[in-house]
Design a protein around this ligand. Structure first.
Ligand code: SF4
Ligand code: SF4
Ligand code: SF4
Length: 204
């Protein structure tokens, strides 16, 4: 073997085996996508490079019970999987696409419970919301610039030509935490949603 070649990353079949250890189909899809993007995806073809990102956002929203998530998103998840099967350049993308489409097909009703009730396996929880504290926020805009999901809303004072308030759109926020990391004032609070915790504890 050439010593200059650094072998790294997992094989797709190992990622899918690890994903299968999860009971919840949303968590299986989310895990497989997250690991695939990190360990395998090379970005050479559109259906895989863009499909995996788009599908991962949908899976995050399903797992976190984000408001506005609907059956259309579940259908989109399956469509992305099928597009990856049809259009990916290599077997890795096709295998992952097949796994996603197959999981949606066979577990549709369980996935649907994530939009009407909650995760039937209690593996997905929506226990936090990210909120900007207006008393501490200095309106620097760092959170707006870093948020990949366009979840930060800012209001401009047209007279003074400055932004006067920053808020987080909970329907778009994926709870990735990047804004919390970058905020120089520690102005973004992570609020625990007690209702969901109480429901989880009550069902145990
Ligand atoms: S399908 Fe294969 S070639 Fe295309 S981006 Fe994914 S890993 Fe790369
Ligand atoms: S990064 Fe922090 S201080 Fe800056 S606008 Fe966002 S919340 Fe406010
Ligand atoms: S937690 Fe992530 S998605 Fe939510 S507002 Fe912050 S950067 Fe955007």
């Amino acid at each position: 073997m050439n010593d200059n070649i650094i072998l790294k990353g997992k094989k797709v079949e190992d990622i899918l085996k690890e994903a299968e250890l999860r009971s919840c189909p949303v968590q299986r899809v989310l895990y497989s996508l997250t690991e695939f993007i990190k360990e395998v995806m090379c970005g050479k073809c559109f259906p895989c490079a863009f499909g995996t990102e788009e599908a991962r956002i949908i899976a995050i929203k399903l797992s976190q019970w984000v408001a506005g998530i609907s059956e259309k998103d579940i259908d989109s998840l399956k469509r992305i999987g099928l597009n990856m099967v049809a259009g990916s350049l290599c077997k890795n993308g096709k295998d992952l696409g097949n796994f996603i489409a197959d999981t949606v097909e066979t577990s549709y009703e369980e996935i649907k419970k994530h939009i009407v009730e909650a995760c039937p396996y209690e593996e997905c929880v929506n226990i936090v919301n990210y909120i900007i504290n207006p008393d501490i926020c200095n309106r620097c805009g760092e959170c707006f610039r870093i948020c990949k999901y366009f979840a930060i809303i800012r209001e401009k004072n047209n007279y003074k030509k400055v932004y006067i308030s920053y808020e987080i759109d909970q329907t778009k926020c994926t709870k990735c935490g990047e804004c919390v990391e970058i905020c120089p004032e520690n102005a973004i609070d992570v609020i625990v949603n007690n209702r969901n915790i109480i429901e989880m504890i009550g069902e145990q």
